[in-house]
Design a protein around this ligand. Sequence first.
Ligand SMILES: [Zn+2]
Length: 309
Amino acid sequence: MPWWATVVAMTMLVRWGYVPFMLIGINGAAAYLGAVHASELWAVALIITAVACSFAAERLLPYRREWNSGLEDAGRDTIHAVVNETFILASVAVIPLLAAVMPFHSWWPVGWPFVVQLLFAVLIADFGITTVHLASHRIGWLWRLHAVHHSIRRFYGLNGLMKHPVHQTIEMAAGVVPLILLGLPVHVASALSVCVAVQLLLQHANVDYRVGPLRSVLALNEGHRFHHLKWAGVGDVNFGLFTLIWDHLYRTYAYDAGRRFSTDDLGMAAKPHYPAAYLQQLAEPFRASGACQFGKADSAAPISDYERR
Ligand SMILES: [Zn+2]
């Protein structure tokens, strides 16, 4: 096979195979290992594998090559990722302790096939997380906490875990507390934690992958780039974590196939000098300068031509 044919084959493999590999391969492995009640450590191993695959795919088929280069943010983002992922996995470890005192713990559909239990958990978590995410763009004190996530200067996989830990805790609680009340088994919770990590990587990946018409149903990077447009109001679209079902219902779905994104489109137009260091980002929501500044959109923003439904 000539070298150019190898390049074309590799490009097509990543473009169309990356999302199925992550959603069916990695999440499928999580479902299998959860179903057989394997040691919880497998969740950590799968998440590390997913991060490695994300970095590899970003280098094989980047959406924008310059977004693969750090802007003195790689170390900070790694701290955000390790801290926030540790919180998620630690909360999974607490679930067996909670199970004994949950009032409706017998309501969980333990008789369903494991993968169906996992999909059920994903859909319920998706509703709570998406709704709190939307509220975080509407309610001042939540926006203070969420602004950390919107201060990105480039769009790549680790952005998904670049969040204020208090905001992540509130968002995740909205998704997971209803499940815990129903008696979410710890093995389903472990598999769900892998699904969340995979989704955050996919949603922010600097990978030019495609999913065809599924882009209007699955909350992936083609739609999520619109969410990170920097102008107030304009980025208030596509809040979904796993799906865009709730965005269709909330009338916050937006997509324009012709829209391309550059570094200048990202971040927050009203807060161009948001702190970049980790500890400063933790403190910023509690400072006067961390207040929301709605209504200061750049009127020259080239954003009027994409479709809202
Ligand atoms: Zn947001």
